[in-house]
Design a protein around this ligand. Structure first.
Ligand code: NAP
Length: 333
């Protein structure tokens, strides 16, 4: 295959809360992969809430600029290093690597083979794996329980809703519009709650008096507080993120320490960060792909088109405006 001599990518050049001031488009020579690496042509890149935090310099593990923006991509292997035996040119892969760039290099052991480089396969990456691993390991999810998912109509939440339903649970999902309520119903969510039209705490008190066994929580702020208060005896609250605080920074609160509320219910609070789960990824990815191939799980994709390095910023802004339904993706090839 003839490769171009250069490619473009989006780089964070200075940390800033103003996304467009933090980044620059760079054009670089396309290099051959190292001995244990593969070079991949990007077909789709996933948009994540963490992108904004990274550009602002407030991500969980802040990296000093310059660094590439973006966390996950799917594409086709176009060159392999001399030591790579597991992949060959033409293979489709998904990786928690790459980002908003036309080509990326990744160690072959970190590239997960997928049937095709589609948006569906991309969505299985950060979003699908986070939902799958966190619900199983931190939520200790079984069946017959009540599971509350916040930002349920988003990229990560839409997987959590479906996986909790597939396991045989009752699922409550929060979102911000009636269109998203309809979308969540379509995913099988038993009780979608538009938090702009209904008070979640009241819905939970009235309709779920026994409490919530698992809360898959990624919005933070007062929604987190509502989830803590709604936990059932032995409930598990999984802290996935706190998007409501990403733009303005953490809110400082004064209240009795949370252990009083946890003790009262023998409840637990469990942080989950996908970067600590590399060991489990291949297994969960295989399971998610199988469920999709059986038609039992769908990758819910946002319908707005974004294209190339230039489209990435619009895509991140779209997600932060809460306009997305499902996973936001940027198309490259
Ligand atoms: P997403 O859910 O596709 O999109 C973000 C959604 O958050 C919006 O559509 C919006 O939907 C909701 N939201 C609620 N309050 C918001 C606010 N104040 N500002 C903006 N959006 C708000 O995004 P995602 O990338 O999948 O991430 C969702 C959450 O999961 C984030 O907190 C992210 O950090 C976290 N996450 C964590 C991990 C991990 O490893 N721990 C991995 C993936 C994602 P509605 O308002 O309609 O609900």
């Amino acid at each position: 295959m003839t490769l171009p001599t250069t490619y473009q990518k989006l780089v964070v050049t200075q940390s800033s809360d103003r996304l467009r001031e933090a980044v620059a488009v760079e054009t670089l020579p396309l290099a051959a992969p190292g001995a244990d690496d593969v070079l991949v042509q990007t077909h789709y890149t996933g948009v994540n809430a963490a992108d904004y935090l990274m550009a602002a310099g407030r991500y969980l593990a802040p990296t000093p600029p310059p660094f590439d923006l973006g966390a996950e991509s799917t594409g086709v292997v176009v060159a392999v290093g001399s030591g790579v035996k597991t992949l060959k040119e033409g293979d489709a892969v998904m990786a928690l690597a790459g980002g908003y760039r036309e080509y990326f290099t990744v160690p072959a052991r970190r590239a997960i083979p997928v049937p095709a480089p589609t948006p569906d396969m991309l969505a299985l990456g950060v979003s699908g794996l986070t939902a799958s691993i966190a619900l199983e390991e931190c939520g200790r999810m079984t069946q017959g329980e009540t599971v509350l998912v916040t930002a349920a109509a988003g990229g990560t939440g839409s997987f959590a809703v479906q996986l909790a339903k597939l396991a045989g649970n009752r699922v409550i999902g929060t979102c911000s519009s009636d269109d998203k309520v309809d979308f969540l119903r379509g995913l099988g969510c038993d009780r979608p709650v538009n938090y702009k039209a209904e008070k979640l705490s009241q819905v939970l008190k009235t309709e779920f008096p026994q409490g919530v066994d698992i809360a898959f929580e990624s919005v933070g702020g007062s929604l987190f507080d509502t989830c803590v208060n709604a936990l059932a005896i032995k409930g598990r609250l999984i802290v996935i993120g706190a998007i409501s605080e990403y733009e303005r920074g953490p809110e400082l609160v004064t209240a009795p320490r949370i252990y009083y509320k946890l003790l009262q219910k023998s409840a637990s609070l469990h942080g989950f960060w996908l970067m600590h789960a590399f060991r489990q990824m291949a297994d969960h990815a295989a399971r998610l792909i199988a469920l999709m191939q059986q038609g039992r799980l769908v990758a819910a994709l946002d319908s707005t088109d974004f294209y190339g390095v230039a489209g990435a910023l619009e895509a991140i802004e779209h997600l932060y405006a809460g306009r997305n339904t499902g996973k936001v993706v940027v198309r490259f090839a």
